[in-house]
Ligand binder design. Sequence first.
Ligand code: ATP
Length: 136
Amino acid sequence: TEETLVLVKPDGVARGLTGAILARIEAKGYALVDIRLVEPDRERLERHYEEHAGKPFYEPLVEFMMSGPSVAIRLAGNRVIEGFRSLAGTTDPTSAAPGTIRGDFGRDWGLKVQQNLVHGSDSPESAARELGIWFR
Ligand code: ATP
């Protein structure tokens, strides 16, 4: 079995979608190994998003992630890294497919581009690194 880091980002928590997102994760059969409400500081977010440092959306992204609490989830399951990203849908909610979290609940990126409800690790290496940042 495999583990991944999932975040319900500040927009998901603020909009009261944590339960709906968790319901989809549980219905898929993934196991919640650990879960916590987090209010990350800049230092933690800079480590989490280090691969994006210098990109135009980096600073607004870090600011957005400090705008309110997120829910961090250690999630386990068979091929859960790929599987959760498939549940989440593509990065931009405007084009995410219906049936995905971002496709069904995500608001048009014309409004506020960083807001796409969830994060999921993109590889086993990222998952190990990110789990170390959010669950110590
Ligand atoms: P995540 O890693 O959060 O699951 P992702 O892998 O689909 O999302 P990345 O390319 O890793 O997307 O970008 C990380 C996050 O940065 C995105 O989830 C989004 O919040 C923000 N982001 C990415 N691209 C843009 C962009 N062009 N404009 C604004 N924000 C962006």
